[in-house]
Design a protein around this ligand. Structure first.
Ligand code: GLN
Length: 565
């Protein structure tokens, strides 16, 4: 057990009434303000589902799988966290019921419980507490978000664990922030506080009295409603915070700060000694300002297979917008289903876009559409950014149409292909130097090249110029690789290999020199892009899209010319 003085004060974030209220972004925004007051902040997510991690879950069900440096496949809320605060998270920051039970059952089998009957309380709750401690130790403050909605059966052990933490540590080491919905009923012309009252009642019935309420509503919460909610829920009036719908998520830190949320946390957790008196939100103001006063705009097509699920490519969409923020350019996204390209051809959907991005993906459905897209972008001179599967599709296009390798494919889609330009490698060295092995029969969970790995960029390439450095680290999540047997043939056909793994064995990036901007990478750079910093590849891509627009002489292009004149 940690000694009381080294215990990290925690803010637990729960949600009520309905899901999808934006708990992750609200929590991340509070974390951003606390960081802006000079505190070191970390965040973590506790998910009630039984999957050990979201790695095996369909993006249709759960949105994107977010990957951390250490290769953990985590909930997409970790993406929000990393985009809002300056801390790199790891697998420790994303816990699920499955992970907790797996650990407890392993200990039980090992005999660690010395013959005791293993139960939800105390064994599961103790394991949850241990994980929270491990992930938050050493920071001035930790924000811990509980997935799901209060009242769900699955989240009870997590809620019980955080209730105990508050009792164990005392009120100045743990506090509860609860997010609810205050709906507007048009027929009555009224905001309704009843769902909030009930949700707090539910929380109190399991022993948790919230300290702060964040009330989501379409309009700012009027004082009358605020007072009513406060009196029914035993939350002080100033801690009933209005979380109004905003058009830009990057405004949320300012909005919450204006209502004094960070000060409530600082006082309650006795962080006054460590926290700066005021919050320096200038970087966030600059992000919002750039978005609100663009000098240009571009339309980028994202061609994938899960485009109907708005969270499936969350980080890609965000990274594109960040690329625009850096140059005051609004990025309009056009989501295109790759199977539509197979049916209708590429020109129909892509004729009027300024840039094309093909993101990661798995399985053969829609892959041929991605190859068509890469070919179209290559032949028409439209900026092309391929990520993971998007790089593999580009390699297949170059093999088939420039190197004359008929029937070239990835073995993921065609085991019998005469030219397996992308294939499964069965053995490679991890960043820690261990040899990992995989084959076609390996379990789907945990058999991928995962996490941050360094790569060396080739001097003189566009990629090298964009990064401005010779060695960079990017996060991976894939099984298949560029087949080295085809390196020379594809290079002879015009493909430039712009980055390789540090041991020279794996192709990491490719580009086409005789094209305005055709770059593709095996890793997922979208996971390292932030609104404040952007990412060199996304910034470069958006810039290329703007230039493409100028060259095409469109209306937006003229705007750009005037702005830079
Ligand atoms: N399906 C491909 C592979 O496993 C690409 C994966 C991805 O795009 N993340 O290698």
């Amino acid at each position: 057990m940690t000694s009381p003085s080294s215990v990290t004060p925690l803010v637990f974030v729960t949600g009520g009434v309905v899901s999808s209220l934006g708990k992750g972004i609200a929590a991340a925004s509070l974390a951003a303000i606390l960081e802006a007051r000079g505190l070191t902040v970390t965040m973590m997510k506790l998910d009630p589902y039984i999957n050990v991690d979201p790695g095996t879950m369909s993006p249709f069900q759960h949105g994107e799988v977010y990957v951390t440096d250490d290769g953990a496949e985590t909930d997409l809320d970790l993406g929000h966290y990393e985009r809002f605060i300056n801390v790199r998270l790891s697998g420790r920051n994303s816990i699920t019921t499955g992970k907790i039970y797996e650990a407890v059952i392993r200990k039980e089998r090992r005999g660690d419980y010395l013959g005791a009957t293993v139960q939800v309380i105390p064994h599961i709750t103790d394991e949850i507490k241990r994980c929270i401690d491990a992930a938050t130790q050493g920071f001035d403050v930790g924000l811990v978000e509980i997935g799901g909605t209060v009242g769900d059966i699955e989240s009870l052990p997590f809620l019980e664990a955080i209730r105990q933490i508050r009792t164990d540590r005392g009120p100045d080491k743990a506090m509860f922030m609860h997010l609810t919905l205050v709906p507007y009923i048009a027929a009555a012309g009224e905001l309704k506080t009843k769902p909030t009252q009930h949700s707090v009642k539910e929380l109190r019935s399991i022993g948790i009295q919230p300290d702060v309420l964040l009330c989501r509503s379409e309009q700012p919460l009027p004082d009358g409603e605020r007072r009513k909610i406060a009196s029914f829920t035993n939350v002080s009036e100033k801690a009933v915070i209005s979380a109004v719908d905003l058009d830009n998520i990057h405004k949320i830190p300012m909005w919450l700060h204006a209502q004094g949320l960070d000060q409530i946390v600082v006082e309650r957790l006795r962080l006054d000694g460590k926290a700066a008196a005021s919050a320096d939100l200038s970087e966030w103001l600059a992000v919002v300002d750039a978005a609100e006063h663009p000098i240009d705009e571009v339309t980028i097509a994202v061609v994938g297979k899960y485009v109907d699920h708005k969270d499936a490519y969350k980080s890609v969409g965000e990274a594109l917008k960040h690329g625009g923020i850096r140059q005051r350019t609004r990025v309009n996204l056009k989501w295109i289903e790759s199977q539509d390209i197979e049916r209708d051809g590429a020109a129909k959907a892509l004729g009027r876009v300024d840039g094309i991005l093909v993101p990661g993906g798995f399985g053969d459905r829609g892959f041929e559409g991605k190859v068509l897209v890469a070919q179209y972008a290559r032949e028409q001179g439209i900026p092309y950014f391929g990520i993971c599967y998007g790089m593999q599709a580009a390699v297949v296009d170059v093999a088939r149409h420039l190197a004359g390798l008929e029937g070239a494919n990835s073995t993921e889609n065609d085991r019998q292909t005469p030219h397996p330009v992308i294939g499964l490698i069965t053995e490679w060295r991890t960043s820690s130097g261990e040899v990992e092995k995989r084959d076609e029969k390996s379990d789907l969970g945990g058999t991928m090249r995962l996490g941050l790995q360094e790569q060396r960029l080739k001097p003189g390439t566009k990629a090298r110029e964009l990064y401005g450095r010779g060695v960079v680290g990017e996060r991976h999540r894939h099984r298949y690789e560029f087949n080295n047997r085809y390196r020379t043939q594809l290079e002879d056909a015009g493909l430039v290999i712009s980055a390789k793994s540090m041991d020279d064995l794996l192709v990491e990036m490719i580009e086409l020199p005789d094209h305005p901007w055709f770059i593709a990478c095996q890793a997922h750079p979208e996971f390292l892009s932030t609104p404040r910093g952007g990412h060199p590849l996304f910034i470069g891509f958006v810039r290329a899209a703007r230039e493409h627009k100028v060259n095409e002489g469109s209306a937006g292009g003229k705007l750009l010319k005037e702005a830079s004149a």
